[in-house]
Design a protein around this ligand. Structure first.
Ligand code: AGP
Length: 613
């Protein structure tokens, strides 16, 4: 996915655009570019590589004077990262400039058509095709709104567009379909952006356009039209995040900041009422009768959010006795899921824009299931498309590797399970109360793990093992799922080949990979399975592995008799133990990546939200 930004107002646009792009660089960082409406032309500066390269190339925007502009930071989909594939793209007559986030699925067909009419292209991108088609329609109609309506009617796929027209120095255009876009109202200035952090420095009053909407923004007004060009009204909302939430502050990296924010995030998410309108959670529309009639729950998500869903399976089946299946969202709609009105499909997504998760949601709705989204970004596509949404209270998560949002999603999953258990009476009131009290105490417990000695121990382990090329994670039951998340963190941040296996599975093949000195991180915090897990630790030790055992203080002494290193974590309510266990693994991945010289906030090949399938 990519990041787009646009500005019209009383400031020099180039500076606003570059600052906005710095807040969106986590969305893609292969190349970047800006276009400013100057009296002579739509002046463009763009470059392959990080935003800093662009800043240097355009002298921090001094080369592009003007108060109207658009900008883009790219995660390459069509065409390699390069200057000519970088956005903005202009029409050959220089009259229109356009930035795009998304995928034009029928761009090759349109390109052939345009080539046959004599048009030529300078890039490999789908975006330039959209710009060319728009230019053709504008040349026909002389009216930009009509041209946009005619153009978007031909496009299939997803697009958030920012558009400038040389003939119109007093306005910019924006279009949204299946890609995130917000419109910001400032004082004598308006902005567009893919995500709130890019505009928080100017306004917190925003409009979330509906799919297909076309907006015309001047420095005084925002007009919105539907895909047919008819005027529509959309509410203005207040973004709950502050500028500081999206700033690095005194931290060296967003990832460390977001790891350290987890206690506060858990406090906010645990405190937000799951029923009744609030900033962080809306009332559940599912009524007690519907919950009693639930025959099955599916949880569909991607990556770390999928790991939350996998934990959700264990939690909902254990505490609510409802058959629950967790599945990668990219597999969901091809797995012939059994859905009906007695099925609840939970979609988990930090960004609320992940294409596979959005597609799973649409499949679930098409088959009559009730859809509930757990999302961090207000106004996102998944939040708007689901029957109901519970917002996590993680604040803007900038680092590509998720930490605080993962923890917030898990806290919502606990609360949902306890809410269902109370309604279904599958747990005693006393047990539910104890779990709820433990959830309110969880921030303090996680704070213990984040004390200097806890952080220091993980830094030391990273110093010792960062040069390894293979690291294994093993555990049982919910520990096996936390191993999946721990190994994903290590993979995506340090590029080490890390694998996670249920501890009982090793002897069925993977143990052949264990040899002298291979590090194995064993999670052994599920009380009733501790000894079985330690038996698996002995199996890998016997083959030369170096074992780091993460366990609770209750078993630490016993673990020290077998493991080479013991990482002791606070023992909390069994339901909540996965939230504590993941924090040392986040720290280990962070320090390991730093030791290996990796970019912890923007790992190679990744983007914060994958808005392509
Ligand atoms: C996690 O660290 C990754 N960044 C990735 O797996 C992420 O969780 C996944 O792409 C899902 O994103 P979402 O939560 O925004 O849908």
């Amino acid at each position: 996915m990519c990041g787009i930004v646009g500005y019209i107002g009383h400031r020099q646009a180039a500076g606003v655009l570059l600052e906005g792009l710095s807040k969106l660089e986590y969305r893609g960082y292969d190349s970047a570019g800006i276009c400013v409406h100057t009296p002579q032309a739509l002046a463009v500066s763009r470059s392959k590589g990080r935003l800093q390269t662009l800043r240097e190339k355009c002298d921090s925007g001094a080369d592009l004077p003007g108060t109207l502009g658009i900008g883009h930071t790219r995660w390459a989909t069509h065409g390699a990262p390069s200057d000519c594939n970088a956005h903005p793209h202009r029409t050959r007559d220089g009259k229109i400039a356009l930035v795009h986030n998304g995928i034009i699925e029928n761009y090759l067909e349109l390109k052939e058509e345009l080539l046959s009419r004599g048009h030529r292209f300078t890039s490999e991108t789908d975006t330039e095709v959209a710009a060319c088609l728009l230019g053709e329609n504008y040349a026909k109609t002389g009216d930009m709104l009509c041209a946009i309506v005619a153009t978007t009617a031909r496009l299939t796929g997803s697009y958030a567009l920012g558009i400038l027209c040389l003939d119109q120095p007093d306005r910019m255009y924006a279009v949204r379909k299946d890609s995130p876009l917000i419109l910001g109202w400032g004082d004598n200035e308006c902005l567009i952006a893919s995500d709130a952090p890019a505009i928080l420095g100017y306004t917190r009053r925003v409009i979330y356009p509906a799919d297909g909407d076309i907006a015309i923004l001047t420095d005084q007004s925002i007009q919105i039209f539907n895909a047919l060009g008819n005027p529509v009204l959309r509410p203005t909302e207040e973004v709950q995040w502050s500028v500081a939430d999206a700033e690095l502050g005194d931290y060296p990296h967003f990832m460390l900041k977001e790891i350290m924010e987890q206690p506060r995030v858990l406090t906010d998410t645990a405190a937000a009422p799951l029923t009744g309108n609030s900033d962080c959670a809306n009332s559940l529309l599912l009524d007690p009768e519907q919950i009693r009639n639930l025959r099955r729950i599916y949880i569909a998500a991607c990556g770390s959010a999928y790991h939350v869903g996998f934990l959700g399976k264990y939690i909902l089946e254990k505490y609510c006795r409802i058959p629950t299946e967790s599945i990668q969202a990219s597999e969901f709609r091809y797995a012939a899921p059994i859905l009906d009105q007695n099925t609840l499909v939970i979609l988990i997504s930090q960004s609320g824009e992940t294409a596979d998760t959005l597609a799973a949601l649409r499949e679930a709705k098409a088959q009559g299931a009730h859809t509930l989204a757990i999302v961090n970004v207000m106004g996102s596509a998944i939040a708007k498309a689901a029957d109901e949404v519970i917002y996590t209270c993680a604040g803007p998560e900038i680092a590509v590797a998720t930490t605080k949002a993962y923890s917030a999603q898990l806290a919502v999953m606990y609360r949902l399970a306890l809410r269902f258990a109370r309604l279904l009476e599958t747990q005693s009131q006393e047990d539910i109360r104890q779990a709820e009290d433990a959830l309110l105490d969880l921030p303090r417990q996680i704070g213990q793990v984040l004390l200097p000695e806890g952080i220091g121990q993980m830094r030391t382990l990273a110093d010792r093992f960062h040069a390894c090329e293979d690291i294994f994670f093993i555990g049982r039951n919910v520990d096996a799922v936390t191993c999946l998340e721990g190994s994903l963190k290590l993979k995506e941040l340090s590029y080490i080949h890390a694998e996670a296996y249920p501890a009982g599975e090793l002897k069925h093949g993977p143990i052949s990979l264990i040899e002298e000195g291979v590090p194995v991180i064993a999670l052994a915090t599920v009380r009733e399975l501790f000894h079985k897990t330690m038996a698996n630790v002995k199996e890998v030790k016997a083959r030369g592995a170096t074992v780091i055992c993460l366990t609770t203080e209750e078993f630490a002494e016993e673990a020290r008799r077998t493991a080479d290193v013991v990482v002791e974590v606070p023992k909390v309510h069994p339901l909540l133990q996965p939230s504590v266990n993941i924090v040392p693994l986040q720290l280990f991945s962070y320090f390991t990546a730093l030791n290996r010289g990796c970019d912890v906030d923007k790992p190679r090949n990744l983007a914060k939200s994958v808005t392509v399938e």
